[in-house]
Design a protein around this ligand. Structure first.
Ligand SMILES: Nc1ncnc2c1ncn2[C@@H]1O[C@H](COP(=O)(O)OP(=O)(O)OP(=O)(O)O)[C@@H](O)[C@H]1O
Ligand SMILES: [Mg+2]
Length: 364
C-alpha cells in the first residue's frame, strides 16, 4: 500500500484506514450485490438517521435513494447506477429515517473482493450549499424586481411630466388666450372654472410625477431630493421635519441614493400613518467608509417583536431587503410610547459605491 506512505505495518495501515472510515465527514455506504447496505460509517448514520445495525442487511439502497438530481442522471437511474462500475460524481436525493429528503453530492465505485462485488457510495450533504444558492437566487430576483420597479417608476414619471403635463400646460395657455377675447360674463365665468380645474390637474400630475420618482434624485442627488420630499411632506401631513447632514457631503452610486431615498420615504410614511407624531428628524451621517441614515419620530412607537400589521406589511421588509442587497442593514428601535428610530447603515467604498455586494445582485 505504497499510497499510504510510510505508516509501518499492515496492521497499522488497516487501523489508519479504519480511522478514516470512522472519522470522515462524508457518509460512506458499502452496498452488496443485492443492493443492501453491507457497511456504513458514523457519518452515514448521522446523515440517514439510521444506526449501522438498522442499515446493515436491512435497508436496500433504493429505500434511501429518491432519484438523481437532473434528468440526464435520472435516465441513468432507470438502469440504476448500482449496476455500473463507477460514477465519479452525481447528485441524488437522500431519504432519511424521519422521512425528510435532501440533496447530496455522491460518487460511487465498485470494489471486487474475491468473489463478492461491493459498491462503495460516498455521500456529501449539499443542503447548506443548496440553501445558500436558493438565498442567492432569491436576492437576485428581489434585486431585479426592485430595479425594474424603479425603472418603471422613472418611465411613468417622465411620461406624466413630459406627456400629460405638457398637454395640460398647452391647454392652460390656450384657455388664457381665449380669456383675453371679448366674452360674455357667463362664458368667462365658465372659462375661469375650467382654467382652475386645469391648473389643479396640472399640479396633481406634477406631484404624482415627483412622488413616483423625483428628478432631483438623479439630477441633484440624495440630499436635495430628501429636502424637497420633506417640504412636500410637511405640507401634506402637517408634521414638522428637520434634516441634518453630518460628515462628508458627496454623491453616492445611484443604487445607494435610490435605496436611501426609498427607505427614508417609507419610514416617514409609516410615521405619518401610524405614529401620531409632531416632528420627524432625518439625519444623514457620512463617515467616509459608511453612510448612515436615521429617521426618528416622536410618536407612539410600537413593539418590534410583535408587529401589528396595519397596512400590507411590506414596508419594513422592503427597507431591509433594499439595504441588504447593498451589503447594509436596517435596525428599527421602537417601543410603545417611545417613538421610533429607523437606522440604516451601508458600508461604502471611497467612490460612494456599496462595499460588500454579491456581484450577481448589483447592477448600476
Ligand atoms: N413609525 C411607526 N410608528 C408606529 N408604528 C409603526 C411605525 N412604523 C411601522 N409601524 C407599525 O409596523 C407595522 C408594519 O409596518 P410596514 O411598513 O412593514 O407595513 P405597513 O405600513 O402596515 O404596510 P405597507 O408599508 O406595506 O403599506 C405597521 O402596520 C405599524 O403597525
Ligand atoms: Mg409601511
Amino acid at each position: 500500500m505504497a499510497w499510504l506512505g510510510n505508516l509501518g505495518t499492515a496492521d497499522k495501515s488497516t487501523s489508519v484506514l479504519e480511522s478514516i472510515f470512522t472519522n470522515v465527514t462524508d457518509a460512506i455506504l458499502i452496498i452488496d450485490e443485492q443492493g443492501f447496505v453491507a457497511g456504513a460509517n458514523p457519518a452515514a448514520e448521522r446523515m440517514t438517521g439510521w444506526s449501522a445495525e438498522e442499515l446493515i442487511g436491512k435497508i436496500h439502497f433504493c429505500d434511501i435513494c429518491r432519484g438523481m438530481a437532473n434528468c440526464v442522471e435520472e435516465a441513468s437511474c432507470v438502469d440504476c447506477f448500482a449496476k455500473r462500475l463507477s460514477m465519479p460524481s452525481f447528485e441524488m436525493k437522500l431519504k432519511t429515517k424521519d422521512g425528510n429528503e435532501y440533496a447530496v453530492a455522491a460518487s460511487s465505485t465498485r470494489l471486487i473482493d474475491q468473489d463478492v462485488k461491493y459498491l462503495v457510495v460516498i455521500l456529501r450533504d449539499m443542503s447548506e450549499q443548496h440553501r445558500m444558492e436558493r438565498e442567492r437566487i432569491q436576492r437576485m430576483m428581489t434585486n431585479y424586481v426592485i430595479q425594474a420597479q424603479e425603472e418603471e417608476r422613472k418611465r411613468v414619471s417622465r411620461d406624466l411630466h413630459d406627456g400629460v403635463g405638457q398637454a395640460l400646460y398647452s391647454i392652460l395657455v390656450g384657455l388664457k388666450v381665449v380669456n383675453q377675447l371679448q366674452l360674455d360674463d357667463n362664458i368667462r365665468n365658465h372659462l375661469e372654472d375650467v382654467q382652475q380645474m386645469t391648473t389643479r390637474a396640472l399640479e396633481e400630475v406634477k406631484s404624482l410625477a415627483v412622488e413616483l420618482r423625483p428628478s432631483a434624485l438623479d439630477d441633484l442627488g440624495l440630499v436635495p431630493a430628501i429636502r424637497s420630499y420633506n417640504k412636500r411632506y410637511e405640507q401634506t401631513f402637517g408634521i414638522e421635519t428637520e434634516l441634518e447632514i453630518v460628515g462628508n457631503k458627496r454623491r453616492y452610486a445611484p443604487v445607494v441614493e435610490t435605496a436611501l431615498y426609498r427607505i427614508c420615504q417609507e419610514a416617514m410614511t409609516n410615521s405619518a400613518k401610524y405614529a401620531d407624531c409632531d416632528k420627524i428628524m432625518v439625519r444623514l451621517v457620512d463617515s467616509g467608509d459608511m453612510v448612515e441614515l436615521y429617521v426618528e419620530d416622536d410618536g407612539r412607537g410600537f413593539d418590534t417583536d410583535q408587529i401589528r400589521i396595519q397596512g400590507t406589511g411590506l414596508g419594513l421588509y422592503g427597507m431591509k431587503e433594499r439595504a441588504n442587497l447593498l451589503g447594509g442593514t436596517v435596525e428599527i428601535k421602537s417601543a410603545p410610547g417611545e417613538g421610533t428610530v429607523v437606522h440604516v447603515m451601508i458600508p461604502l467604498t471611497d467612490r460612494g459605491e456599496p462595499l460588500h455586494v454579491d456581484p450577481g445582485t448589483y447592477s448600476r
